[in-house]
Design a protein around this ligand. Structure first.
Ligand SMILES: C[S@@+](CC[C@H](N)C(=O)[O-])C[C@H]1O[C@@H](n2cnc3c(N)ncnc32)[C@H](O)[C@@H]1O
Length: 230
């Protein structure tokens, strides 16, 4: 059984889709997508020979050799876009995901992107908004003690200048308890950074302002939530 993080990624994949899983590692997600009848076929891509061999073993064990193709590729460099409906990039740092999207050799227009950064989601949000991508939906998933952002993204070419809420919370819905918990953690991290700068005699203004914006936003939305549900 997949963990909650990968299950959430799978939930965004189009039915009958032609999928590429970038950074597939053991190919757990491609196998799940085929065994559940979600995807028609999947490319399992990875930059490392070791992970790709592990992926091939899993695929063979599950009798899915004809349905899942493994490709050794740095990001999307060796992937052919024809017919692709969905690209999943999960389990990597936000900066690596940015590099993979930035260096993609084909247009991402019309392809559904499922992105799941392990770290620095705020940098990924900021880059997406500033480079013509729209976050259509975003959820927060709790796996063990960790909270992860999972976003469903499309390229439209519309460029936005993101504010602190867009950078730190993306499209998360504050009516969802895990999204509120995620927002709270972002707030605490910003406060720690602010206090770290203060303690070393530096100007805390950028982090202080962002922390204040996030706190105000959370207060507004917690109030909305209470009014709606209690
Ligand atoms: C922690 S595993 C994540 C596996 C799975 N996607 C998940 O979310 O559980 C990260 C994988 O990404 C691969 N990876 C890292 N950078 C990559 C890149 N630029 N292109 C393709 N794969 C990459 C690594 O080799 C590794 O197998």
């Amino acid at each position: 059984m997949l963990n909650a993080r990968l299950l959430t990624c799978a939930g965004f994949v189009c039915r009958g889709g032609h999928v590429c899983d970038v950074g597939t590692d053991h190919a757990l997600l491609p196998v799940y997508l085929l065994e559940q009848g979600i995807a028609a076929d999947v490319i399992a891509a990875d930059i490392g020979e070791g992970p790709l061999q592990a992926a091939q073993r899993t695929i063979t064990q599950h009798g899915l050799d004809g349905k899942i193709r493994t490709i050794l590729s740095d990001g999307l460099q060796k992937i052919l876009p024809e017919g692709l409906t969905d690209i999943i990039i999960a389990g990597m740092g936000g900066e690596t995901i940015i590099h993979i999207l930035k260096d993609c050799p084909f247009s991402l227009k019309g392809i559904s992107l499922i992105l799941q950064p392990m770290t620095k989601a705020h940098l990924l949000h900021e880059w997406l908004y500033g480079n013509g991508f729209v976050i259509q939906e975003e959820v927060c998933v709790r796996d063990d003690r960790h909270l992860y952002a999972v976003m469903h993204v499309r390229y439209t070419g519309d460029i936005a200048v993101p504010d602190a809420v867009m950078c730190y919370l993306g499209r998360m819905d504050m009516a969802q308890p895990d999204c509120r918990a995620y927002a709270e953690r972002q707030y605490v991290q910003l406060c720690r950074k602010r206090d770290g700068l203060l303690a070393s005699g530096q100007d805390p203004a950028p982090f202080a302002q962002d922390a204040e914006t996030i706190r105000n936003y959370m207060e507004d939305h917690n109030e909305l939530h209470r009014t709606k549900y209690l």
